[in-house]
Design a protein around this ligand. Structure first.
Ligand code: F6P
Length: 321
């Protein structure tokens, strides 16, 4: 079986571990594995090279993606999809595995209308916003990166008894904010999934100060409906009569050596993808739910929603009291 592998959209730590597992397990089971560089655009302007076991040496522990990534506008058009299908067929591919977020799963679903080869997705995004897997590849590392930064911010916040708003990634989902917020003892977590008014936030912060808290941390997901941390920080400063400090963590969250959990998850899903292809299963995203390896139809990965733990959300005020 001739298999193409690519990474698309935002890179995520341990994408490399997944590429390594796909390549080595694939070759071991008598498949040909070809790396497609630069995301879906790498099919259209062919950037395709056969991989061997040594091609994926020394990448298991590295962040980023050795295949490089991209967000192709051409691939989203009907012409682009037809061209991609033609190139894949002409080059004799039997299967394509793409690692990425919801945009990648949408891309695979769209390609399936034009190409009759086997298609599989692997969840690779720091946002963790795909249905069909409890965790996405890269999420754990991103949360730990943010955690390390927040612990440092807490030190300086305490030294001055300050209020800090820290913005983490997540344009459409608050999973990073939620996990980081609970793990650092935040007084409030602002996310696209919940609605908090500036008055409610101000009241929370003022109450925390009344209880003589030595510092107040507010974690903000970049896609919160109130705006970004800078905008919210200005509005909050006015309401509470104190200049709030703002820190935007940004892309630092997406890089660095993947955690052991991400490496294991990526390795399991990469190897499982090969097993699925060889046993005739395709047309969906591989994932891990409740410890079980599963295959979820592409469309479900973005139409069904993985919900945040509401019980825990209800405990935030007690935990930060
Ligand atoms: O999807 C992953 C992600 O890092 C989001 O959290 C973030 O909003 C977005 O990508 C940033 O995209 P770009 O890399 O195009 O700036």
């Amino acid at each position: 079986m001739k298999i193409g592998v690519l990474t698309s959209g935002g890179d995520a730590p341990a994408m490399n571990a997944a590429i390594r597992a796909i390549t080595r397990v694939g070759i071991h089971r008598k498949c040909e594995v070809h790396g497609i560089f630069g995301g879906f655009q790498g099919i259209l302007d062919p950037q395709i090279h056969e991989l061997n076991s040594r091609s994926v040496s020394r990448i298991l522990h590295r962040g980023g993606t050795f295949l490089t990534t991209g967000r192709s506008e051409e691939f989203k058009t009907e012409e682009g999809l037809k061209k991609a299908a033609k190139i894949l067929s002409e080059r004799g591919f039997d299967a394509l595995i793409a690692i990425g977020g919801d945009g990648t799963m949408r891309g695979l679903a769209a390609l399936s209308r034009h190409w009759n080869g086997k298609l599989l997705g692997l969840p690779g995004t720091i946002d963790n916003d795909l249905y069909g897997t409890d965790y996405t590849i890269g999420f754990d590392t991103a949360v730990n990166n943010a955690l390390e930064a927040l612990d440092k911010i807490r030190d300086t916040a305490e030294a001055f008894s300050r209020t800090f708003l820290v913005e983490v990634m997540g344009r459409k989902a608050g999973f990073i904010a939620f996990h980081v917020g609970f793990a650092t003892g935040a007084s409030a977590i602002l996310m696209p999934e919940t609605t908090t008014t500036i008055e409610e936030l101000a009241e929370k912060v003022l109450k925390a100060k009344e209880r003589a808290k030595s510092s107040v941390l507010v974690v903000v997901a970049e896609g919160d409906e109130l705006g970004n941390a800078d905008t919210i920080g200005k509005a909050l400063s006015q309401r509470i009569g104190e200049k709030c400090r703002v820190s935007v963590l940004g892309y630092i969250q997406r890089g660095g050596n993947p955690t052991h959990s991400d490496r294991i998850l990526a390795t399991r899903l990469g190897a499982y993808a090969i097993e699925c292809l060889l046993s005739g299963k395709d047309g969906g995203m591989v994932g891990e739910m409740n410890g079980e390896l599963v295959l979820t139809p592409f469309e479900d990965t973005w139409t069904k929603k993985k919900s945040l733990d509401e019980w825990m959300m209800g405990l935030l005020d007690e935990l930060s009291s």
